[in-house]
Ligand binder design. Structure first.
Ligand code: GRF
Length: 208
């Protein structure tokens, strides 16, 4: 069983999608060893508790700087034996050593079709506000490996949805979560835990 840790900051609906996939038998080679939150108030922690998954909290404000915080996260992940890490709505930029330690073993879900609407400053509702302001006709989600540069790692999977006339950022966010993120993320995790994903020259190859 591959040990999976999920990093969260808020609602944890993507975490829930992973937990549900596990219950349905769609993550046969993986088990959740830890849900690590940047905030003690994250609802994601309740979801973890209900599912019987160990929880930990590491608050950025308790550390001198980004690097010290990142070291604490890495230590906690090691304590729980995490082999694979999922950033699922984790709202804090980790220092480069995280991507080094977990090279090709950490994945992130971003609520847009990378390379559109991504990078520093594109998080939460802001992503969808910018997509609507640009007038694009489709958006979606991307699951990618984490590298030192924000939202720039090798792309594992993407899924698109139409943008509709009267969409608000909230409505679009919900559609992208339901139709893209909650489907793509557990699927990518399954492939990763089954050793079916390889990275060569910065590109992902999937052995289906
Ligand atoms: C998701 O849209 C995720 O892609 C983004 O933040 C949102 C978090 O949702 N980065 P949740 O905490 O998984 O419900």
């Amino acid at each position: 069983m591959m040990k999976i840790a999920v990093l969260v900051s808020g609602g944890g609906s993507n975490l829930q999608a992973i937990l549900d996939a596990k219950v349905r038998g769609e993550l046969p080679n993986g088990e959740l060893c830890l849900v690590l939150s940047s905030s003690p108030d994250a609802y994601a922690l309740e979801r973890a508790a209900k599912a019987g998954v160990p929880q930990a909290v590491c608050r950025p404000q308790d550390y001198a700087d980004r690097s010290a915080y990142t070291d604490a996260i890495i230590e906690t992940l090691k304590d729980y034996g995490a082999e694979v890490v999922v950033l699922a709505g984790f709202m804090f930029m980790l220092a480069p050593q995280f991507a080094e330690v977990y090279e090709n073993r950490a994945i992130n879900v971003h609520p847009a079709l990378i390379p559109s609407f991504c990078g520093p400053g594109f998080y939460g509702l802001k992503v969808h506000e910018r997509a609507l302001a640009a007038g694009v006709k489709v958006s979606g989600a991307t699951v990618h490996f984490v590298t030192a540069e924000t939202d720039a790692g090798p792309i594992i999977a993407q899924k698109a949805v139409d943008i509709l006339e009267d969409d608000t950022p909230q409505v679009l966010q919900r559609r992208i979560m339901e139709q893209c993120e909650w489907i793509l993320l557990p699927r990518a995790l399954r492939l990763l835990s089954e050793g079916k994903i390889t990275v060569k020259d910065g590109k992902v190859h999937i052995d289906q």
